[in-house]
Design a binder for this molecule. Structure first.
Ligand code: UD1
Length: 371
């Protein structure tokens, strides 16, 4: 009997830590004698060494079986290029399932392509909602969830979001967080790495900024960095700069205690946040990682699709008003912090739950469109 065939898709930096444990869980099932055919697809949405290759190395992800090499472009260009390149890959390999993760353009493009070919789609990290339709990721999340056959969620709030949108209960599986699987897998190695010269554990902040709403306008970026300049008077800041942010940074003046560096790969970055006093960010995943590490996090956005990190974790949504950012940073520096608690099922085993559920899906004859 032929084994079930899966295509596991990754495209952009935050996808890589989400697919690594799923790939590993499939491999250990196979080593245990359960057959499955898994091919890894890299769309090439991110392609630079420090946005992609370094992550594959740190996360021990093997070379992709298929690389679509789509590169950058406008949203329509990038999404369309991924769909055009992914369709022939699906037709050639005829998977039973396409597994997509997260909320980037690759997630949406591959989900739509597969679904229109009659291939079943599983979405890992389903049900997150910021309710902010100006975020491209929110559109990707809504559309991907609407057409997926299996929805793997990271917390009960996501389950509730999906149910309110009319998704039937059998599709939804609360499994935990594969990004946190990766964190637990690698944290002890990450903690042992040396910090960049001059940085002392517990005595610096980490800053990341890459949301279009924050970095595509010099005025908005200047406002945020004005607050960071003031924080830097009390605490040195390390700022790994995303390629989207770099061009606009040149026009701005930064405090000498802010160290600008290139994007940092997974292991040293995890080590950097694990040893930090606080993190200031507009990232999604970092809100989750800091919650698990018990590191205070100030999220410089008006909303979050990950409210559980604010409700029980260490995350505070501060928006982009410099006074609010400063106030909350000073609170942390004055010792007013709580270590929070780790959300249920963020225990390092979401990958196994996902693969078990996939293995238990009923077999179906090949889809008509592919046949
Ligand atoms: C994408 C995701 C975002 C995620 C972020 C993490 C979407 C809609 N956005 O945003 O959700 O949080 O990745 O980084 O999918 N570039 C490089 N090298 C690369 C990739 C990009 O230099 O390997 C530069 C290019 O100039 C590109 C720009 O960065 O135009 C932005 O890249 P893009 O993938 O379009 O969006 P991100 O801002 O990275």
């Amino acid at each position: 009997m032929p084994s079930t065939k899966y295509l596991l898709v990754a495209g952009a930096r935050p996808n890589f830590m989400k697919i690594a444990p799923i790939h590993r869980a499939f491999s250990s099932k196979r080593n245990g004698g359960s057959p499955a055919d898994l091919l890894l697809v890299h769309t090439g949405q991110h392609y630079s060494r420090n946005m992609s290759d370094d992550f594959f190395r740190d996360l021990s992800i093997p070379e992709p079986d298929i690389n679509l090499e789509v590169g950058s472009g406008s949203h329509a260009e990038q999404t369309a290029r991924i769909m055009i390149a992914f369709e022939p890959a699906c037709l050639e390999h005829r998977p039973d399932w396409v597994i997509v993760v997260g909320d980037v353009n690759s997630t949406l493009a591959c989900a739509i392509t597969a679904k229109k070919l009659g291939i079943r789609v599983a979405h890992v990290e389903a049900g997150l909602r910021s309710r902010d339709m100006s975020m491209p990721e929110e559109i990707n999340r809504l559309c991907t969830d609407a057409i997926s056959d299996l929805l793997f969620t990271t917390d009960p709030i996501a389950d509730e979001n999906l149910r309110k949108e009319g998704v039937v209960g059998e599709k939804i599986h609360f499994v935990g967080n594969t990004m946190i699987d990766t964190l637990f897998h690698l944290i002890s190695r990450a903690r042992e790495l040396p910090l960049p010269d001059g940085f002392i554990p517990g005595q610096y902040a980490v800053l990341t900024l890459h949301r279009p709403a924050n970095v595509d306008s010099t005025d908005r970026l200047a406002l945020i960095l004005g607050a960071i300049n003031t924080i830097a008077e009390r605490l040195p800041v390390i700022f790994p700069v995303h390629p989207r942010t770099a061009p606009r940074l040149k026009a701005l003046e930064l405090h000498p205690h802010i160290r600008i560096v290139d994007p940092i790969s997974y292991l040293p970055f995890l080590g950097l946040i694990a040893h930090s006093r606080m993190v200031l960010t507009d990232s999604g995943g970092i809100q989750e990682e800091t919650t698990v590490l018990g590191i205070p996090c100030l999220t410089m956005r008006p909303n979050t699709e990950r409210p559980i990190t604010c409700e029980i974790g260490t995350n505070v949504l501060v928006g982009t008003d410099p006074r609010r950012i400063l106030h909350e940073a000073n609170m942390i520096l004055d010792g007013h912090t709580s270590s929070g608690t780790i959300p249920d099922k963020w225990d390092g085993h979401a990958d196994e739950r996902i693969v078990d559920i996939l293995y238990n899906q009923p077999l179906r004859p090949p889809c008509l469109v592919c046949a």
